[in-house]
Design a protein around this ligand. Structure first.
Ligand code: PLP
Length: 394
């Protein structure tokens, strides 16, 4: 069965995976090996020269990892993919495969705190100039584009303010200026949004999150056109050496089997939580693109199937009120990360986004009273009841 015959529900289960032809094992085998035997010295030399297909060494290629890469490419409507040890490794390798010293890149102002640190501290040390801009504003992007600009990078919905960026609009702008458009699709997953279908060139993910889904592993992926992905693998990924382990790849393959079901449930529960918070007197503002009056709702409707499981809100009373709420919860777990079956709640300004200075936090809307919830797949009413109890004590 190829992709053309499969719905997304079927693709998450069967895409790129079939029973092992040798043993009949239905679960994809974990090829937990670092190296692979050569038939003879000439065979080894042919593999190294690329004259024959086969496996050499797991940093260069591994059957379990390859299946995960093919699966993500299918789900994202991409031609190919390359997996990494983490989302951060995927993002770093993507940037350095496109931009070199003397180049310039454009990055949205609201991204995961680790990405912000990478873009503002490490990438500039390599001689690559970075402009931090609001990528929801086409004119602001355009004003920053120069002759040496190579790429635009953004998340949508963004972490932690759930800002929505029009992928089609920004891709058209980028392509008019011959720029590569890179979208971090971690929050939406390919179930809810496929940026390449809207014109983006490259999609990156922290597979640690919804793709794995169970909070038990770390991984990243980059998907795009075959020619680019093979260049990324050959010229960057293999020698930088940030490859994923076969076992972690297998855990993520297992997680993806239920991705469709989970994303529907996460979205239903998040909508319930967003509505509950919106009506609560101790909540000043709710950020969720599924709410009809959210500034990103119209664009989100255009490019997303549903609105995902992430909700942020501003609590009345700021930082101190937030701390009290986070100490008062039973079902919602105080932890960073997201996309797990369990509901996780955190305070971005002091945790995931502590890489932003206080001034930068305020400038980009990561206020002291902002709380981020990764709404899990538990009973939605019980999640709201826990939040209600917690807010009562504030
Ligand atoms: N992208 C987004 C949107 C994230 O939220 C994160 C982590 O929270 C990352 C990338 C980094 O992923 P990882 O933790 O797998 O390196």
């Amino acid at each position: 069965m190829d992709k053309d015959n499969m719905s997304l529900e079927t693709l998450v289960v069967h895409g790129a995976q079939k029973p092992d032809p040798t043993t009949g094992a239905i679960s994809t085998p974990i090829y937990q090996t670092s190296t692979f035997v050569f038939k003879d010295p000439d065979h080894g030399a042919r593999l190294f020269r690329g004259e024959e297909e086969g496996y050499i060494y797991t940093r260069v290629g591994n059957p379990t990892i390859e299946i995960l890469e093919r699966k993500l490419a299918l789900l994202e409507s991409a031609e190919a993919g390359v997996a990494f040890a983490s989302g951060m490794a995927a993002i770093f390798n993507t940037i350095i495969s496109i931009a070199s010293a003397g180049d310039h890149i454009i990055v949205d102002d609201t991204v995961y705190g680790g990405t912000y640190a990478l873009m503002t501290k490490i990438i500039p040390r390599l001689g690559i100039e970075v402009s931090i801009v609001n990528c929801a504003d086409e004119k602001e992007i355009e004003s920053k584009i120069k002759g040496n600009t190579r790429l635009i990078f953004f998340e949508t919905p963004s972490n932690p303010t759930l800002k929505v960026i029009d992928i089609g609009q920004i891709s058209r702008l980028g392509h008019d200026h011959k720029l590569v458009v890179v979208v971090d699709n971690t929050f939406a997953t390919p179930i809810l949004q496929r940026p390449i279908e809207h014109g983006a060139d490259i999609v990156v993910h922290s597979m640690t999150k919804y793709l794995s889904g169970h909070g038990d592993t770390i991984g990243g992926i980059v998907v795009g056109r075959r020619e680019y992905i093979e260049r990324l693998r050959e010229e960057t990924a293999i020698d930088v050496g940030s490859c994923i382990s076969p076992f972690n790849a297998w855990l993520i393959l297992r997680g993806i089997k239920t991705l469709y079901l989970r994303m529907i449930r996460h979205s239903e529960n998040a909508y319930k939580v967003a509505r509950f918070l919106k009506d609560h007197p101790k909540v000043e503002r709710v950020m969720y693109p599924g709410l009809e009056d959210d500034p990103g709702h119209k664009i989100a409707r255009k490019q997303m199937l549903l609105f995902g499981g992430m909700v942020s809100f501003e609590i009345a009373g700021g930082r101190e009120a937030g701390k009290r709420l986070l100490s008062n919860l039973n079902l919602c777990t105080l932890a960073v990360s997201l996309g797990d079956t369990d509901t996780l709640i955190e305070h971005p300004a002091s945790m995931t986004h502590s890489t932003y200075s206080d001034e930068e936090c305020l400038k980009f809307g990561i206020t002291p009273g902002l709380i981020r919830i990764s709404v899990g797949i538990e009973n939605g009413t019980e999640i709201c009841e826990d939040l209600a109890r917690g807010l009562e004590g504030v």
